[in-house]
Ligand binder design. Structure first.
Ligand SMILES: [Zn+2]
Length: 155
């Protein structure tokens, strides 16, 4: 079963001793630390002192396009809109959109939480989204057979 994590549920700092630990009665290293200028909740890890918002160190940090726009685009794709159509309508490159999906897949649980809550997407739609990049985030039970190609023709 997939475990969903909210932003602020764990420390995204890989160097932190409490990195990735979900908050519980025993684990309480994350505290709220005000809001950013754009009104986003900021969290601070008491263990490493790092402050972060939803995106920092997790999903779309430092991407030039607004997170809202990216999430909305992902939702459209999950609902079956083709990447090429979205690229045309939204004015983003198809490669850029695929890059967003790839980035999102690395944090699938956080993204799924957002998409399910805000766009009422179901499991099948989310799987369809990840299938675009052949990566279901954390749920990779069976490792893909490695293609050893001496010709250099990878993928
Ligand atoms: Zn930390």
């Amino acid at each position: 079963m997939t475990k969903f994590a909210h932003a602020g549920d764990f420390c995204p700092n890989e160097a932190c001793p409490d990195y990735g630990k979900l908050q519980s009665d025993q684990q309480r290293n994350i505290k709220k630390a005000g809001k950013t200028k754009s009104g986003r909740q900021r969290y601070q890890c008491k263990t490493c002192g790092q402050t972060k918002t939803l995106t920092k160190g997790t999903i779309f940090y430092r991407r030039r396009v607004a997170e809202r726009e990216i999430i909305e685009t992902l939702a459209f794709i999950a609902e079956g809109v083709r990447v090429s159509s979205l690229a045309r309508v939204k004015g983003h490159k198809g490669d850029t959109i695929l890059d967003w999906i790839r980035a999102a897949a690395r944090h699938a649980e956080v993204i799924e939480e957002i998409l399910m809550a805000e766009y009422q997407l179901d499991r099948g739609q989310l799987d369809a989204l990840w299938s675009y990049v052949g990566n279901k985030g954390e749920k990779k039970a069976i490792p893909k057979p490695m293609k050893v190609a001496s010709s250099g023709a990878l993928r």
